[in-house]
Design a protein around this ligand. Structure first.
Ligand code: DAK
Length: 264
């Protein structure tokens, strides 16, 4: 692939958008390659993904303005669908995805980070939805996901004013979970991903599903979703290993405390 790198180590996959010359802006090819990369992730061995951008300046500086500028209405719709399909694929991806935001996260860049489960960022990160300054609305879910993450009032302020916010403000409003020096960001993302990858994988996947699906429905329906996914865990070997290990430890504290989950 020309614009997307994929590397796996210790059950953690790192997807890097590699179009540094254009600040990793999302053109059709990047979106296609991202989609293909996600299709290739081996869910038997990979338990957490990290999404980041190449270089030290930009995560993703948005959708490719050059490519968009000449689109017809039909082409615009097709481009929007391509982006939305990839973003939904990321959001619904069975395993967690951490966005390691290493610089500009503007427009589609902010939106793709919000399709991920968790956002952490470098100290030079800048977030924003500048679309209204370009004569368009955020089109890759920005009006929907930003409001869900930071509340309608803050989302409306950011989107209506097209004002970018720095890492500290993103942290303050809950858009990112942590800020690190640029040179530490990927290691910190891998550390967090490693911690997630150690847990019972089916339980982690079911948590992602329960949170995502539960947020879309009433609390009554949401707890029903949770009950079903909780129940499903009792058909797994990992539940037996996890609980068995706890009981063994209680009987004999010298027993090994680390349980290796088998993803079954
Ligand atoms: N698209 C294409 N190229 C971009 C780009 C972008 N979004 N952002 C930067 N580049 C390119 C620049 O053109 C430049 O290329 P060369 O001139 O060197 O060939 C190179 O990256 C370096 O950029 P700068 O020279 O501008 O670098 P600076 O450090 O001076 O400025 C900047 C960095 C991030 C502040 C600036 O590049 C900038 O403002 N970029 C645009 C940011 C932006 O407005 N992003 C939002 C794009 S709108 C839709 C769904 C979604 C969307 C649209 C429709 N549908 C449902 C239909 C999404 C829209 C967006 O994301």
């Amino acid at each position: 692939m020309e614009f997307v790198l994929y590397d796996v180590s210790d059950a953690v996959g790192v997807i890097t958008i590699n179009r540094e010359k254009a600040l990793n802006a999302l053109n059709s090819q990047v979106l296609d390659e991202l989609s293909q990369t996600l299709d290739q992730v081996d869910l038997d061995s990979v338990r957490c993904l990290i999404l980041t951008g190449a270089g030290q300046k930009s995560f993703v500086a948005g959708a490719d303005i050059g490519e968009m500028s000449t689109l017809t209405k039909a082409e615009g719709e097709a481009f929007g669908k391509k982006g939305n399909d990839v973003f939904l694929k990321l959001e619904k991806f069975p395993i967690p995805v951490i966005a390691a935001v290493n610089g500009f996260a503007l427009g589609g860049g902010c939106e793709i980070s919000m399709s991920c489960d968790i956002r952490i960022c470098s100290d030079n990160a800048l977030f924003g939805q500048p679309e209204v300054g370009l004569g368009i609305t955020p089109g890759f879910g920005g009006t929907q996901r930003l409001a869900r993450l930071v509340g309608a009032g803050m989302a409306k302020q950011m989107i209506y004013s097209a004002r970018n916010i720095d890492a500290n403000e993103a942290f303050r409003i809950g858009l990112v979970n942590a800020i690190y020096p640029q040179e530490e960001l990927l290691d910190q993302a891998k550390k967090l991903a490693g911690q997630i990858a150690k847990q019972a994988p089916i339980a982690v996947r079911n948590c992602k599903k329960a949170i995502n699906e539960g947020l879309q429905v009433s609390i009554d329906d949401a707890v029903a979703v949770e009950e079903k996914l909780f129940g499903d865990c009792f058909e797994t070997e990992d539940q037996k290993a996890g609980m068995g290990n706890f009981l063994k430890k209680k009987d004999d504290p010298t027993k090994v405390k680390v349980v290796t989950f088998v993803n079954k």
